[in-house]
Design a protein around this ligand. Structure first.
Ligand code: ADP
Length: 163
């Protein structure tokens, strides 16, 4: 049976840290569904269609990666997709408490869905979408942290003077 994993997040925008987790997940799962949540409460810089299209561009050619939008309960989405696990990335210890809380709640909502944590390569341990946006906002070099297309879009966004 095909092992499907769901990797949920806001991906505002996708970084090399996220891509590192996707690559690692492909070694464990036959299919990885990147599930993009609108998360308006987080006040994302990019709208959901922009976030999805940046992930599509970054994952082009990866036939075992699927990108989808989802809203509502993650465990229900995972079940609908026939996923056996939810994938989350763990960077520093600071991620742990928040991730544990979500994993335990999801376990409570559906005991069948497991959460699998992946550690990124050390160079991405302190990489977050927020810090990339902060650097981009003030014109800093972001090429080492995000795919080319994302770097371009960030530059345009901040040039537009939107934020
Ligand atoms: P969320 O809003 O759900 O936290 P994010 O897009 O910020 O969404 O992150 C999605 C997942 O990817 C989370 O599990 C997060 O810990 C993980 N992640 C983000 N950046 C990295 C990174 N640099 N290395 C490893 N995991 C990461």
């Amino acid at each position: 049976m095909k092992k499907v994993g769901v990797y949920p997040g806001t991906f505002d925008p996708i970084t090399f840290g996220h891509l590192d987790i996707i690559k690692r997940s492909l070694k464990v799962f036959d299919q990885v569904i990147v599930a993009v949540a609108p998360n308006p409460q987080k006040g994302p810089l990019f709208d959901i269609d922009e976030r999805v299209s940046m992930i599509q561009e970054a994952c082009r050619g990866e036939k075992h990666v699927q990108i989808e939008q989802f809203d509502g309960l993650l465990v229900e989405f995972a079940k609908r997709k026939g996923a056996i696990a939810v994938i989350r990335g763990l960077r520093a210890v600071s991620d742990f408490e928040y991730e544990l809380q979500i994993a335990l709640m999801n376990q409570q909502l559906d005991a069948d869905v497991q959460t699998v944590f992946m550690m990124p390569s050390q160079e991405y341990t302190y990489l977050t979408s927020s810090i990339v946006k902060a650097v981009a906002r003030y014109g800093g070099e972001i090429k080492p942290f995000v795919p080319e297309g994302v770097a371009r879009k960030l530059k345009v966004k901040f040039k537009e003077g939107l934020l």
